[in-house]
Structure formats: C-alpha cells, structure tokens
Write a new protein. Structure first.
Length: 190
C-alpha cells in the first residue's frame, strides 16, 4: 500500500479503538520500552506529546516513569510552519498548549532549547510502519527532517497500536528508518 492509503486506513483503525483499548495498549508499549531497552543509559530522551483527538499512543505514561524513576532529561518538540521542530526540556513548570494541529507544545521555555546532537533516544509517532522499519506519519515530514539533525547513533523507536504492514510502496530517499518499533504485542527490530 502507498502512504496515502495507509494513512487513511490507520487513522480509521485508531478511531475504532475504545478509550480502554488505547490506554491498555499504551500501557503495554510503556512496559515493553522499560523492560527491553537500557533507558538508564540515556542522558537525553526525546518524546512526542500525544494528540488526543487522533488517539495516539499515550507517551505521558513514559514521561511519568522517566520523571519518577530515571535521571534522563526529557525533551519535547515544538513544530514550526517551515517544517522544522525545535526541542525543549520538559520541566515540571513547562506550560503546554495545543497548536493548530492539536499537538501539545511548550510555550514558556524559549531559553531551554536543546541541540538535536545531544539526544540519545527518540520516541517517534506514526500511523503505520512496515517490516523494513519505514513509517507513515501525517505526511508533513517533521520527524524525517528532525532525525537528519540527530547523531547517527541516536536510537529511533516508533510506537504503534498495530503490527506492521508488509511494505510501504512509496518510500523515498528522505524517509528515515526506525531502529525499533514497539507495539502492544512486542518489539520489531530493523
């Protein structure tokens, strides 16, 4: 399938999930992450903040565990109209407001930007992924552009409620592969 068809199909699949299912699946993804990756070795972890109306994997569970049990700095993105993202430290006093796409973003932390080269692990939102590690997002390319600015050894982990498709037909040179994808059923390694 191509990206447009996968995007439409997986947006619909998400809409069909109950609130209980999405929370249960998010908890399973959280559990897989913390029992399968050496999170304690990472100094800086980047995570997206979920768009609730799009029923994304709830990364707030991950954020809460990182704050409670780990010393890693937590970084969250803010997107810009030019297709780029700026990264900010997520602190206890960080104020988050939804942007025009419904993405919660930091609004009070301009002096706390983070260089992408400092990031050790990135949790990446997606709609669908394939068995080769390519992903389909919302089609704006924010994460592909951002990941090119990260170190080559940054650990790129997608999170998905659903298992992979065989292949995304229209992958191109600007698409960045995941290293792993965590689903409620387990971890895919690429």
């Amino acid at each position: 399938m191509n990206k447009a068809a996968l995007r439409a199909a997986y947006l619909q699949k998400r809409k069909e999930l109950s609130g209980t299912d999405s929370q249960t699946y998010s908890q399973r993804i959280h559990d897989w992450l913390f029992k399968s990756f050496p999170v304690h070795n990472y100094a800086v972890i980047h995570t997206y903040l979920p768009i609730k109306k799009k029923i994304e994997v709830d990364t707030q569970l991950v954020i809460d565990t990182l704050k409670q049990d780990f010393k890693a700095g937590i970084v969250v993105p803010k997107s810009h109209d030019d297709g780029t993202m700026t990264n900010y430290w997520l602190k206890d006093d960080t104020i988050l407001l939804e942007n025009k796409f419904g993405v919660p973003e930091p609004v009070n932390c301009s002096p706390l930007t983070v260089n992408a080269q400092e990031i050790d692990m990135v949790l990446i939102p997606l709609l669908a992924f394939d068995k080769r590690g390519y992903r389909v997002g919302y089609g704006k390319g924010y994460y592909d552009r951002f990941l090119t600015r990260c170190r080559p050894d940054v650990v790129k982990i997608g999170v998905s409620f659903f298992d992979p498709v065989e292949a995304i037909d229209d992958v191109n040179d600007t698409d960045i592969k995941l290293d792993y994808c965590i689903t409620p059923n387990g971890i895919w390694s690429f």
